[in-house]
Structure formats: structure tokens, C-alpha cells
Design a protein. Structure first.
Length: 520
């Protein structure tokens, strides 16, 4: 499971978006605020737009087009809106396309964000919509220094604050020793060497001999208290134990912009965002409408669809179409797109991801002082994700598996019971003696969820040269999704919303030009 630099960037991209990987290399954000779309209120003049899919891209498209005076119809195959923004609660049913099904048995008030689960503070567009639509947010604790990392299953887990600060201390000592021995004469002047030594002393918490002998920053095995209860500082972890490629991700995770404080989640579950859009456009949305074919041309678009309840087929004609389906699903849908466009769609590869969640007494808070954040383990479960809501209450929902990529593909191939057992095993390894407290497990294998079949698309402008082509229309049909905006290789609602806003602007411009042309 060792990580090369490329592996690290790839993993970061898989977990949180291509822009996260760029952030690790240095990426400057340009936007500073949410800007509402400036479209004429009656610019659509009643022109009809059919939107395929009621995920974030589809809902944003419908919301903005209606405000601009278009007549909108949204066709959604599921019996809910939100797409991969999916929050599960008591009584909800999970269907997998291999025939497995499961009903959520959490107590009332508990929820599990099976898909999108966090909002970075620089995702201005989706946060702007939350403000505009009145979606209440709360802080999501994405990183806790009290969480754990277990890069070697044969050794006990490391406290993250110790892994981070002992690594920093050991490295500072090595560099200070090199500076003191004048090994950097060619690179540094004497004043620079002196300044660097002073910096390293503070940065690494070195002693007067420029050695790292441990630091209070690494935490305590016993906290200070009353009477004779003096604090006991943790002894440093040896450097060779810290030089483990499996520690790379936890050591840098919260330095990546997409995962840095402050992060948010809607109060009550991530589906509060699509539900807020739905309240504004519900009369335009037809649920249970499975699209069977798309035909586009210079004069409009035709969509064939089936009512999943009655089985009856229909044909919908519109002046414009927006297709927000995941690209691998779109590749299977009969259409009259040109060959180059079809090839670009077909080149998009869906990633794999799984989550296993449990309801449990909050032992991570009472026994480990972990309030939110993630723990990391060199195990197929990969990640434990602690809840940020209802802190200090009796019960909580612990996501005790979140894996992606090749590991996720192998994991999803196991039986549901084997996945549950594996997740419990990871919890036991990180929190010995506590896995028996886990109950009511919920398993989501995104590669097997109907009408998604992937958590996101593995592509960027380099890996998929068709990116630019897919951002162009076919006749009067446009594509919009998180895969068609920079930073889209992840379940980032911001990318989906920005892709939709771009397409809405292009359609509004085209409609305006067409209207002026007809008038002339």
C-alpha cells in the first residue's frame, strides 16, 4: 500500500477532486464571492428545455432556467432528487444492481451521507446557493489531531498529533544538524543559516542542543490534573517508524485546500441542498422517468423516456436539452451524437468507492476524545470518518469504511456480510475492544448503485482529451455534470453547479440570438 508521490496525488484527486491534487502542487483561487447569474427574467420567452437527471447539475439548471423565463421539464429515473447527493435515514431502502437490497435501521434523527458529505469553504457557488435557498449549515470537523493513523497493522495506531509533530521534530533536527555542520554553505549565507536554525528550533520544538526529544505538541499519555496528577508527555516515535509511505496521506491531508478548515455540512444531512432546489422546481420534475434515448438537431431535441411505475413510454420534444447523466451511463444511452463526441463520452471511466456506516455509542468521543475528523488505516477499509453532528450525545453514525479505486473494486466484489466484517475488523484494529458496540450496518457500493454506477469520473483534461469537446453542444443538446468542470473528479457539488451555470448561460445566449434573428 506504499504511496509514491504520483500515487499520493492520484489518491488525493480520487478522494476529493482534481483541483485537490493541483492544490498540493500550488493552485491559486481567483473567485472571491458568489455571483448570481445575470439573465434577463423573460429571456427564455417560454422556450422549452428538457433536463435529463435531477442531481445538482440538473436542479441548478432547472432553477436558473425557470428564473430566466424558460419552460423546464426534468426527467429523473429515481424516485428522489439529488443523484449522488444521497442521505440515508431510518426506513430508506438501498438497492444494488446485483440484486442486494437493504433497509436502513438507524434510530430516528440519525443520518448517513452515502455520497457527497462535505463543503469546503472556498466552494463559493454551492455555498452561495445554500445562502440563497436558506440551507442551514454547521461546521464539519474534517481533521482531528486526536484521530489515529495505523500505517502498520502489526503496531498500535499512532495519534495523528504525534505522527505530525514527531515527524516535524525529527526532520527539523536532521536539517539543523546539516546546517550546523555547514553542509549547506553553498546554499545559505551565515545570516541565513542562523535564521534557519532559529526557525527550526521553534518549528520542530528542538532543545538547546538542536535535538528533538519529544514535544508537548505530540500530546500526553496523562493529562494534567489536580493534586499530584502531573502531565506525562508522549515519548517520540522513532523516525524509521514515521518514514512510512502509508503515513503520507494523513500527514498532509488537511493542508490540501479541499480538505482544510473550515468545512461545512447542512444541518440534518447533505440532501438538504437538493431538497431546497426541489422546493422551487418540483412542478417541473418528473420522478421515476427513465430516459431511453436522446436525439438532437439544429432545431431542438427529442427524448424518449419510460414511466418506471406504469411501463408506459413517452416522447418529449424541446427546444434545448441538458444531459446530466454520469458519462459511463450516457455512453450506453442510444443517441445521435457524432462519432468523436461518442468516443469522448466512452473514454470516461467511472471510479469505484464504498462506504460502510454503523450506528454506535460514541466511544470515539468518550474514550478517545475524537470529535469529528478521520482516522487512517493500512487496511482495505482505508478510512474511519467520525460524525460532526450531535457531539456528546449517546449515539452516532460512524463511517467505518471509505475506500476508492482498485481496493474499492475488490471490496465491492465481496459479499455484503464480508464487507461488514471487514469494516468491523478495521474498527477493532484502531479502537481495540470497541467493535462489538457497532450495530445496524449500512453498505453502499457506488459501482452497483442503479443510475449512478460510479461515485465520480476518473478523468481530467490530460487523461481525457475529449474534455473540451464534451463541453461543446451537439445540436441543441449540452452536457453538464461535475465531470465537466475543473475540479470535478470527485463528488463535488460545486463543480456540478458551475457546469450547470455555464450551460444555462450558453442556452440563454443562444435563445436570445435566435429570438433576435427571428424578429429581424
Amino acid at each position: 500500500m506504499g504511496l509514491s508521490r504520483r500515487d499520493l496525488i492520484t489518491r488525493l484527486a480520487a478522494i476529493g477532486g482534481y483541483s485537490a491534487a493541483l492544490g498540493a502542487l500550488g493552485h491559486n483561487a481567483l473567485a472571491t464571492t458568489f455571483e448570481p447569474l445575470q439573465l434577463a427574467a423573460n429571456g427564455g420567452n417560454g422556450k422549452r428545455v428538457v433536463i435529463i437527471g435531477a442531481g445538482i447539475s440538473g436542479l441548478v439548471s432547472a432553477y436558473e432556467l425557470r428564473k430566466a423565463g424558460f419552460s423546464v421539464t426534468v426527467l429523473e429515473a429515481r424516485e428522489r432528487v439529488g443523484g449522488r447527493v444521497w442521505t440515508l435515514r431510518q426506513g430508506d431502502r438501498i438497492e444494488h444492481n446485483d440484486g442486494r437490497s437493504q433497509t436502513v435501521e438507524f434510530d430516528p434523527g440519525h443520518f448517513f451521507n452515502a455520497g457527497a458529505a462535505r463543503l469546503p469553504s472556498h466552494h463559493l457557488t454551492i455555498l452561495g446557493y445554500c445562502r440563497e435557498l436558506g440551507v442551514e449549515l454547521q461546521v464539519l470537523v474534517n481533521s482531528s489531531r486526536n484521530a489515529l493513523a495505523q500505517p502498520d497493522l502489526a503496531r498500535p495506531p499512532l495519534l495523528l498529533r504525534q505522527a505530525v509533530n514527531d515527524t516535524r521534530g525529527h526532520f527539523s533536527e536532521l536539517l539543523a544538524r546539516s546546517v550546523s555542520r555547514n553542509s549547506l554553505d553553498a546554499e545559505l549565507s551565515s545570516s541565513q543559516r542562523k535564521a534557519l536554525l532559529e526557525f527550526l528550533k521553534v518549528y520542530g520544538d528542538l532543545d538547546s542542543q538542536q535535538q528533538y526529544r519529544g514535544s508537548v505538541r505530540a500530546g500526553y499519555t496523562r493529562f494534567a490534573g489536580a493534586g499530584n496528577q502531573t502531565p506525562v508527555q508522549r515519548q517520540p516515535v522513532p523516525l524509521d517508524q514515521l518514514l512510512d509511505s502509508n503515513l503520507l496521506l494523513p500527514l498532509v491531508f488537511d493542508e490540501i485546500p479541499e480538505f482544510s478548515s473550515t468545512m461545512f455540512q447542512p444541518v440534518g444531512g447533505m440532501d438538504q441542498i437538493p431538497n431546497a432546489f426541489y422546493r422551487h422546481v418540483h412542478d417541473s420534475v418528473r420522478l421515476g422517468a427513465e430516459v431511453l434515448a436522446v436525439e438532437t438537431g439544429d432545431a431542438g431535441a427529442k427524448v424518449k423516456w419510460r414511466d418506471r411505475k406504469t411501463g408506459q413510454q413517452h416522447v418529449h420534444h424541446a427546444d434545448y436539452a441538458i444531459v446530466t447523466l454520469p458519462l459511463p451511463l450516457l455512453a450506453k444511452l442510444p443517441n445521435n451524437f457524432d462519432n468523436a463526441f461518442k468516443q469522448a463520452i466512452a473514454s470516461a471511466e467511472g471510479d469505484k468507492a464504498n462506504k460502510v456506516a454503523w450506528q454506535s455509542p460514541r466511544f470515539w468521543e468518550t474514550d478517545f476524545q475524537i470529535y469529528g475528523g478521520l482516522s487512517y488505516i493500512n487496511h482495505e477499509a482505508r478510512t474511519l470518518w467520525y460524525p460532526s453532528d450531535h457531539l456528546n450525545s449517546a449515539q452516532g453514525v460512524l463511517v467505518a469504511t471509505y475506500n476508492t479505486g482498485a481496493v474499492a473494486q475488490q471490496f465491492a466484489g465481496k459479499s455484503q456480510q464480508a464487507q461488514i466484517a471487514s469494516s468491523r475488523q478495521a474498527v477493532e484494529s484502531l479502537h481495540p475492544g470497541h467493535s462489538a458496540k457497532l450495530g445496524r450496518p449500512v453498505v453502499v457500493n457506488w459501482s452497483k448503485i442503479p443510475f449512478s454506477e460510479a461515485p465520480w469520473i476518473v478523468h481530467d483534461e490530460v487523461a481525457q482529451p475529449g474534455y473540451d469537446l464534451l463541453n461543446q453542444p451537439q445540436g441543441r443538446t449540452w452536457l453538464a455534470s461535475d465531470a465537466l468542470a475543473h475540479g470535478g473528479v470527485g463528488i463535488w457539488q460545486n463543480s456540478a453547479a458551475e457546469s450547470a451555470r455555464r450551460v444555462v448561460g450558453l442556452i440563454a445566449r443562444h435563445a436570445s440570438q435566435t429570438t433576435r434573428g427571428a424578429a429581424a
